[in-house]
Design a binder for this molecule. Sequence first.
Ligand code: NAD
Ligand code: WQD
Length: 340
Amino acid sequence: MAKILLTGASGYIGSHTLLSFREQGYTDIIAVDNFSNSHPEIYDRIAAISGMPVKHYNVDVRSDAFETVFTENPGIEGMIHFAAYKSVPESVEKPLEYFENNVSGLVHVMQLCKKYGVKVFVFSSSCSVYGNIDVLPVMESSPLNPPESPYAASKRIGEELLQSWAGTGAGIKIINLRYFNPAGAYKNGLLGELPLNRPANLVPVLCANALDPGTAFTVFGTDYNTPDGSCIRDYIHVSDIADAHVAAFVYASNSADTTFFRTYNLGSESGTSVLEVIRVFSEENGVTLNYTLGPRRSGDVEAIWADCSLALAELGWKPRRSLGEIMRSAWQWTLNYTKS
Ligand code: NAD
Ligand code: WQD
């Protein structure tokens, strides 16, 4: 089995993807993370679930020390690059930090991939590259409207750099994955999102509120042109996203195209409103949530969901886990880690 390097491996999606690769029989995996938004204990949880320790490096992908990972582990074939900053509001406060990590960091990873002969590169992009869309569902061929945040701009630039690089016949096959709204946790709640910062995404906000309903959270906007007035998003189970990386790696590995560059949407293909998410979370978990209806949040698009037929046709991937499973696993994980 190929040797794979994951950057951002102790983060939310990286850790689930590490498990998906292991479940598919990949044992030669190297994890890199600087713990700027994650905890080293995530590796212990992965080891406990998979019965195998995680070979990992505490390094920043922008540093010279990152090269040591390649010299100490010759023959890396696959690069799965998650390491980046990911908060939309924080990117508005600190745009240059986002450009430096998400763009300069990416370029450094590309340089080392070139130097050490990596064959396949999988990039974490985002539905935010579509900007304010006009036609739903969104397809990979849908126009990319101006980015609504520095974060979205950093992902769009990353995509363009990678596509341009592939087009030169650099000899590295590149898959660009646009995630919609990843949520939920590994089965039985054994692994999940453990960020350092206060949660801002909807499902972690619901979990925090269910745990401590003392302070109400806000539903951002109930005057949108949607059936119940709240925003619509495409929530996709994080383990489905993780599985797609394995399928993408295999698909790219098998291609003989020297300019290989493909983009895929990863979503559930259905839109769910904020108020529906709240209802499903409460019903599935038997909890009462404390919320108020508030004004719109700046920068939010009204509704977005994905068409994923390309990933189904080419990668043979489709989401297998339901919205209910997303909500149950997220809550079970919250209960598990707050007890431990
Ligand atoms: P995360 O913050 O949980 O994971 C990212 C990991 O990268 C963290 O563990 C962090 O410590 C690490 N990291 C950041 N900069 C680093 C650096 N310079 N060197 C080494 N490690 C570094 O985020 P996530 O949700 O797992 O997201 C993973 C990727 O997917 C990111 O590129 C993100 O932009 C993208 N993405 C996430 C979402 C989402 O909603 N979670 C949606 C679309 C795209
Ligand atoms: C979902 C919905 C909020 C919190 C962002 C990025 C996207 C991707 C996923 C990285 C929205 C509403 C939220 C709250 C609320 N990330 N909400 N009250 O903004 O759709 O997407 O994260 O790439 O690129 O843009 O996700 O979870 O923040 O919000 O009403 O306390 O929940 O307004 O409608 P978002 P989210």
